[in-house]
Design a binder for this molecule. Structure first.
Ligand code: HEC
Length: 281
């Protein structure tokens, strides 16, 4: 879930937005540097200019004979800021046709003032549970993730929509989890169920349904361009359904292969990890 959250935030920061309170290197700074600076101040040795790397903190903050490109905590003393705001010798150089926006310049200054901390790519960082953000509508959140959603909404001056009615809710949860709408009987049963935990029970039931595996495997199978038949021209059959089932099964709670192992196998793509058993069912 944190992955989903941070990906959403990263997308948002691609728009022109005023600098957020606490600058995050991976989310806010790296995209600016890699787009505008790293071609000449990055890992590529051949194109590297004046021996300056901005992707490595130890190089960026190093003494360069009486001055530093980044002075952590002090943007005003940092050569980087001097150059990105320079009237005649701006960085990136005018010849590149690139130019930092005022928001980007503010963000880089703020990042340096906050200590210019670097971080590896989020996918390789050990996840750390962040503290819950402060929210005004304290009674709204039901779980931790709600705090983050609400804090962001409050920051944008938005308030949550009212809770929906039971019919709409159950339809949504069915479509989300298994991709199929509920039958009228299932809707009725849910609407009439006044016991506490009715919603949670539906969610668990759907998570345990084989339809859940089918619905979510579809995302992966689409990426892998899977189809039961050849499609083109004569639409001949092809018998690669064991692969299809192998993707579906670990997503079902009753599956034989733990999901994480299946994912690793997918990424490796070496064909060595076969499912324990491929039934013809
Ligand atoms: C097309 C290549 C290119 C790009 C892109 C580029 N630079 Fe440079 N940069 C240079 C060159 C060449 C120099 C050395 C000449 C100069 O100082 O103007 C330099 C010098 C610098 C210096 C001065 C280093 C010193 O020791 O005085 C800083 C700071 C700097 N760049 C920061 C940046 C930043 C920040 C970005 C992105 C916002 C950036 N550069 C983008 C080519 C580039």
């Amino acid at each position: 879930m944190w992955v989903v959250l941070s990906a959403t935030v990263a997308l948002r920061s691609a728009e022109s937005n005023p600098a957020p309170g606490k600058i995050d290197y991976g989310r806010d700074v790296r995209p600016i540097l890699s787009k505008n600076c790293l071609p000449c101040h990055g890992p590529d040795e051949k194109n590297r200019q004046v021996g300056l790397r901005l992707d490595l903190r130890e190089v960026a903050v190093a003494d360069r004979g009486g001055y530093r490109v980044i002075v952590p905590g002090r943007s005003s003393g940092s050569r980087l800021v001097e150059r990105i705001t320079h009237p005649t010798l701006p960085m990136p150089p005018a010849a590149t046709g690139k130019k930092l926006t005022a928001d980007e310049i503010e963000l880089l200054k703020k990042w340096i003032d906050q200590g210019a901390s670097y971080a590896g790519h989020w996918a390789f960082e050990r996840p750390v549970r962040p503290p819950l953000p402060e929210v005004k509508a304290k009674s709204w959140p039901k779980n931790e993730i709600d705090y983050f959603v609400l804090a962001r909404r409050e920051a944008e001056g938005m308030s949550p929509s009212p809770e929906t009615d039971s019919c709409t809710l159950i339809r949504r949860v069915y479509l989300d989890l298994i991709g199929i709408p509920p039958t009228p009987e299932q809707v009725d049963a849910f609407v009439k169920d006044e016991e506490p935990g009715a919603y949670e029970r539906v969610v668990v039931e759907l998570l345990n349904s084989p339809r859940y595996g089918e619905r979510w495997a579809r995302v992966w199978l689409d990426l892998a361009r899977y189809a039961d038949s050849q499609g083109y021209e004569q639409d001949n059959l092809r018998t690669i359904w064991p692969y299809r089932d192998w993707v579906i099964r670990p997503l079902c709670t009753s599956g034989e292969t733990p999901t994480s192992r299946a994912r690793v196998c997918q990424w490796r793509g070496c064909g060595r990890c076969r499912p324990a058993r491929m039934s013809a069912a």
